[in-house]
Structure formats: C-alpha cells, structure tokens
Design a protein around this ligand. Structure first.
Ligand SMILES: [Zn+2]
Length: 180
C-alpha cells in the first residue's frame, strides 16, 4: 500500500487501476457530450471551503464533496449536500500538493454506500497560486469527479473555480459554479 504513495506516477497508475476495478460502469462518462456542467453550492458551503483554505494556509487543504448527480441528455448538474474536510496525506511539500490516500478513498466509498450520497468530487486550495489545475492535479484526477480549487493569497481566500478532467486525461474542462 505504502509503495503506491511514493511517487505521483505510481499513484496515477494506481488511480487507473482503482477506476477500472472499483468504480466500474457506475461512473458517469464525460464523453457523452454534456453541453452544460454545473455544480451547485450554498453560500455556507462556499464559505466553508474558503475558510478551510484559510485555516490550512500556507498548506493546501482538501476535502470531499458529497451530494446528488442530476443528469439528462444535455446537462449534468451536481448538487452539493455535504462537504467533509480530509486530512492532507501528503507527507512533504504540502504547500504545493494534497493527497487523498487509498485508505481514505476506501473509507469514503463505504460511506457512499451507507449514506446514499455520491462522491461528486474533491476540493483543495492553492496557497499563493491561482485557482488553475496543476500538472500534478491532472495526474491525480479521475475523469468523472469535479475538482474545486480555491486560491488563497496571503492567507485570504480569493478566486474559486471548478474543473473536470477530459476523458483523454489531457485537459481540464471548466465547470460552472452556481451559488444559491
Ligand atoms: Zn492543485
């Protein structure tokens, strides 16, 4: 288990393994061409992500986003029901990286079954960096999750963005954030 955590390349390969064998066909498929992708958060939820980012500054915070996925032929909407802060398992370089450990993922998947709430994705902060996905973010991402990034500049939360990895794993597509 530990060996998988020693390098991002290895973890990315583990992620692929994880994807095929543990999530199977239940995962949503971005290749179906949804024209609008949106994630809906309340003001309180937005504030919770921002304050988590500020609390962990200058380190990266991370957490899981739970809720419902509503999709029809054209649109895909994620409705956030609950945010759960996670411990950043990255041992070093926590200013630049976050890591959700395989153990944490297994625990979350069990909870997903128990609570009926879907894992919609993950949020994390970028201390003193823009709210744009990094190369490491791309390597670690799963194509069917949404990734919210909040930029925290000098300890104050700034811009917040949402992203979903393209099926080809080459690029992130921006996702609309609806607050209300
Ligand atoms: Zn990042």
């Amino acid at each position: 288990m530990i060996d998988w955590l020693t390098g991002h390349g290895k973890l990315a390969r583990f992620s692929n393994y994880f994807a095929r064998f543990w999530f199977g066909s239940g995962a949503s498929d971005p290749s179906t061409g949804y024209s609008v992708r949106m994630i809906c958060l309340t003001e309180n939820q937005t504030a919770a992500i921002r304050s988590h980012g500020e609390r962990e500054f200058p380190y990266e915070c991370c957490g899981v986003i739970l809720g419902d996925l509503v999709s029809d032929l054209h649109d895909e909407t994620r409705i956030v029901r609950e945010l759960r802060p996670l411990e950043n398992s990255q041992a070093e370089d926590r200013e630049r990286r976050y890591l959700v450990s395989p153990e944490q993922m297994f625990a979350l998947m069990h909870q997903e079954r128990d609570t009926g709430l879907k894992i919609l994705g993950f949020y994390h902060s970028h201390p003193d960096h823009p709210a744009l996905p990094s190369v490491v973010d791309r390597e670690l991402a799963f194509p069917w999750y949404v990734y919210i990034i909040v930029s925290v500049i000098s300890g104050r939360a700034a811009k917040m963005t949402a992203w979903q990895l393209d099926e080809d794993r080459e690029s992130f597509l921006s996702e609309q954030i609806e607050i209300g």
